[in-house]
Design a protein around this ligand. Sequence first.
Ligand code: HBI
Ligand code: FE
Length: 294
Amino acid sequence: MKAEKVQDSGNPTGHGKPEDWPKYIGDQGWENYTSEEHGVWKTLFERQKEIVKGRACKEYLDGIAALEMDQTQIPNFEEASKILKAKTGWEVVAVKGLIPDLPFFQLLAERKFPAGNFIRKPDQMDYIEEPDVFHDFFGHVPLLANPIFADYMEAYGKGGLKAHEHGTITNLARLYWYTVEFGLIQQDDGMRIYGAGILSSPGETKFAVESNSPNRIGFDLKRVMQTNYRVDDYQQSYFVIDSFDQLFSETYADFSKLYEEIKQDKTEYAPEDIAGSDNVFTKGTQEYAKSKDK
Ligand code: HBI
Ligand code: FE
């Protein structure tokens, strides 16, 4: 893929009212999946379940086990929600694809995770632009079984509704991107992955923890909110937390003060930048990105 211009969240920004979210969710239609569609899930699951071993954080692997996922069929959201609700109060609701930011935030604030109910085609096994059921369910749902991450996701949703009032949704989308989608965590046994965008991608799962191409930088809330990201290829920087407690405590604080600070301080970082104040785990060579820009 050619490296596209760096852009912010390309998702449609909702102008609806938060209570609009019911119109975006519907029935998963589990009984309508074809055997070919279940077959795509089975292939993706069997491949990725091996690759995440030793690379995903333990909380994610515990979530995979807790959900008792049937490896051969696309999960049934209603069944999974029964397990999730009992553990952390979360449920999985079906959407047809990306929804506007406002209803998305409202759903998270109510502990409802919107998961795509469609699955990629056999010729899209490695990458798909829109979040399909494999990205959403295999990537995002297991960590919702972890109490601290479950609290973080609710706090993120509430923060999003506040960001809408401050006009700082772009900054909040970056926080989502560099944590929920592409976050790393330094654990006792090494650098591990918790970001769903990485965990649902065979190539990026290896790249994110093993390649010397990307930067790996200690998580800092303001720094992340000022950092652009790319949506078309592997990330050029990953941000590293030291625990989910850290992520939750940094994020649960009232954002209003930070939003005002960001409006004053217009600093913006490119995906490949390293700032003087960064706590650098890896200064990447960026050879992967350079090889793609040729
Ligand atoms: N909609 N279905 C869906 N899934 C997402 O992950 C999603 C979305 N809409 C907006 C969005 N993500 C991002 O802009 C968040 O950063 C808000
Ligand atoms: Fe996602």
